[in-house]
Design a protein around this ligand. Structure first.
Ligand SMILES: Cc1cc2nc3c(=O)[nH]c(=O)nc-3n(C[C@H](O)[C@H](O)[C@H](O)COP(=O)(O)OP(=O)(O)OC[C@H]3O[C@@H](n4cnc5c(N)ncnc54)[C@H](O)[C@@H]3O)c2cc1C
Length: 664
């Protein structure tokens, strides 16, 4: 199931606390080994407050931040729930306790009952209006006490659920209400569960099941059909999230999601170059502005109202309906706050210190960045991290980038996406803050490089650009067998202007907020926030990675992404764009292999390829003696060979890869 990117996974609490240790252990493994956001259920049954706190402290120390706070059922053999000594009487007490003791560390979910809690349901299978309303009023108290989300009890009458949502809204329950869908997997289990929960079974379901009740396969198939229809109706009524009770049997749940088109049959680990967060509604979305590449959660929350993908996407972008910037964009897990505090809240005396922070992040010395929701650098950023380090020391404070790629295989671990069998391309991209003076110098420089397009904007909205506001520039695209060209990432000034508010806000909300009031570091950051420009820069010439000298048009089965960047990365070494700060000398360059060993390997290559080309490999592009290096040799050779030779040499190039990999 993990391959389908669930938003989160529930780990239930054994009835009466019977499986506490196991629950804690499974929740920990799910969160930290399987890496799926986990929500642990916790009940009050047989749980004095010390035991409850032990469970909460344990999951807290394991980084789990989601709890479903429940009262629980009466212990085995008892009819009525009895409050244990030193424990809680109901879920409301538990919610209050969690908020009082743990502040906002935990996201709290509570249970909702579309047909009222079974205790409120009479012998006729129905709750009186008064009992139903009391139940709703109590649910509101749970939300008012701090619950963030409601997950409902299972139901089979979709109209009852939709009425319940409406009734909740009427009394001011405004948090998300997630329907609990339990696919029917077998007849006896279905009767047992609905009997226990006093769930209404609509007549048509009874009629459909009666003739097939002894045929397990038929019951399962009907369960999938029914679940699909229920979910369809729920989604059509504007509910945006589904919660499927799998009870460890995933096949029916997955079949329902497949029928709804919410998951794909072929599971691809990195379907698109940006990391799509677990959100089933985004499966059809295939284009995004590059600006939020490192802030997928913020992007999702700002575009949550766009429910039509991909149709709505560029209509929306040109007339941006990105939601308003709210606190939500800045809500980060506490663990990240802690990391930022450790890594970014050091005293800042001058711009040099700020440049060095950005440089350290690009070199992988810092794991966190105020501008990124991700942990560390994206794999493709590592290809150009040294150049980025230099650029930052020149006063161009980079927050987003990608190297140029010209026809790399789509299963490349560093720049590939979309699954095997295709080729991917991208234009070099750089996004950074810089002073108005640096921007002036850059604008002048760009005049000599027609392939560079830029948009720059300061905090107050002053825009400087050499493209039109209506232009949309595809910066990543892929070619796959039997598919149209896919272009998942674009740069467009309209979205950029929306993004800039968030980008500038991060200076104060995520960075200077780490310092106490009046701290000189805080003042320095505020000055930068108020005076700098945010710049989005694209090198549209993705072909000429080696400065235009080595192009072999149409014959590049591979390129070396490390070598293919371009005018953009020359910012770091261009003297007309300002002196590199003295820190540059501390910047390590030891990963470049010694010239001798390079030449040795290179000569071997030439011998094996038997092509009499003269290559002038660009040593500065080297990162290691590993595979990237081998690719670089090869692409240099191809680029420097006559076209006919390239064609001939392709098979031997493939085998040389093996030989030289082994040699290295
Ligand atoms: C999504 C979901 C997941 C579940 N997971 C588990 C699990 O992992 N392990 C497990 O053992 N059980 C689980 N259960 C079952 C749950 O423990 C039972 O349904 C239990 O009987 C009620 O728990 P609750 O949190 O809804 O209780 P509460 O919210 O406390 O409510 C119980 C009932 O008492 C009434 N009530 C309580 N206090 C008050 C008050 N002060 N004023 C008025 N009315 C009050 C409510 O209206 C309601 O009818 C789950 C249930 C659901 C819906």
């Amino acid at each position: 199931m993990v391959a389908h990117n669930p938003s989160f996974c529930d780990i239930t609490w054994g009835a009466g606390g019977s499986t506490a240790d196991l629950t804690l252990d499974i929740a920990n493994k799910m969160q930290n080994i399987i890496c799926v956001e986990s929500m642990m259920h916790l009940t009050c049954t047989n749980m004095p407050v010390e035991k409850i706190d032990h469970a909460l402290e344990t999951i807290k120390s394991n980084g789990i931040q989601n709890v479903l706070a429940l009262r629980g059922d009466p212990p085995h053999g008892q009819d009525k729930f009895v409050q244990v000594e030193g424990g809680f009487a109901c879920a409301l007490d538990l919610v209050k306790h969690i908020r009082a003791k743990y502040g906002d560390y935990f996201g709290i979910t509570v249970a909702g009952y579309p047909e009222a809690h079974p205790d409120a349901i009479g012998d006729n299978g129905l709750a009186t209006l008064e009992a139903y309303q009391n139940d709703l009023a109590y649910l509101k108290r749970k939300v008012d006490a701090g619950a963030d989300l409601i997950v409902t009890q299972l139901f089979y009458d979709t109209d009852i659920f939709l009425k319940f949502v409406n009734d909740c809204r009427q009394i001011g329950i405004n948090c998300p209400i997630v329907p609990g869908i339990m696919p029917i997997n077998n007849y006896k289990g279905f009767l047992r569960m609905t009997g226990f929960c006093k769930t209404k079974i609509p007549d048509e379901i009874t009629a459909a099941l009666e003739p097939i009740k002894d045929n397990d396969e038929a019951v399962k198939a009907y369960g999938i059909h029914l679940g699909t229809e229920m979910c369809r109706k729920i989604l059509a009524n504007g509910i945006k999230t589904l919660h499927l009770y799998t009870l460890n049997m995933e096949k029916s749940a997955l079949a329902i999601l497949m029928n709804l088109g919410l998951i794909e049959e072929s599971k691809i680990s990195r379907p698109l170059p940006w990391r799509r967060p677990a959100n089933v509604f985004r499966v059809k979305e295939d284009v995004r502005p590059i600006f939020w590449a490192n802030r997928p959660k913020s992007y999702i929350s700002r575009t949550i109202g766009w429910d039509q993908y991909p149709q709505g996407r560029w209509g929306d972008s040109r007339n941006p309906s990105y939601g308003a910037l709210s606190d939500h964009q800045f809500m980060r897990p506490r663990a990240r706050d802690k990391k930022l505090q450790e890594e970014w809240a050091t005293p800042l005396k001058s711009i040099d210190d700020i440049q060095e922070k950005f440089q350290s992040y690009c070199l992988g010395k810092l794991r966190s960045s105020p501008w990124s929701e991700l942990d560390g650098l994206q794999p493709e950023t590592k290809i150009i991290h040294e150049q980025l380090g230099k650029i930052n020391l020149k006063g161009f404070l980079t927050i987003n980038s990608q190297p140029a790629v010209n026809g790399e295989r789509s299963d490349s671990p560093s720049v590939g996406w979309g699954g095997p069998g295709g080729y991917v391309y991208q234009k070099a991209y750089l996004e950074f803050f810089c002073s108005p003076e640096k921007l002036d110098a850059l604008v002048k420089k760009c005049k000599s490089f027609p392939s560079l397009t830029y948009v720059a904007v300061n905090k107050t909205g002053n825009l400087v650009s050499n493209i039109s506001v209506k232009d949309v520039n595809a910066v990543t695209w892929g070619v796959f067998p039997a598919k149209e060209i896919i272009q998942p990432t674009v740069v467009d000034p309209a979205s950029f202007v929306v993004w800039k508010d968030e980008a500038f806000e991060i200076w104060s909300r995520s960075w200077s907020a780490l310092y106490p009031d009046g701290d000189p570091s805080k003042k320095l950051l505020e000055q930068i926030q108020n005076s700098y420009y945010l710049v989005s820069l694209v090198d549209n010439n993705y072909m000429d990675g080696m400065g235009g000298q080595n192009r072999v048009s149409g014959h590049l089965p591979r390129t070396d992404p490390g070598s293919s960047s371009h005018q953009l990365l020359k910012i770091g070494t261009d003297p007309s764009l300002g002196q590199t700060s003295p820190h540059a000398t501390r910047h390590p360059t030891s990963s470049i292999p010694p010239l001798d060993s390079f030449h040795e390997s290179f000569l071997l290559f030439r011998k094996q390829l038997k092509i009499g080309c003269v290559a002038t490999p660009d040593l500065t592009c080297f990162h290691s003696k590993g595979f990237a290096c081998v690719e670089h040799f090869t692409s240099s050779l191809i680029r420097n060979s006559p076209e006919a030779d390239v064609e001939k040499s392709l098979p031997s190039i493939e085998s040389c890869f093996m030989t030289v990999s082994a040699l290295q």
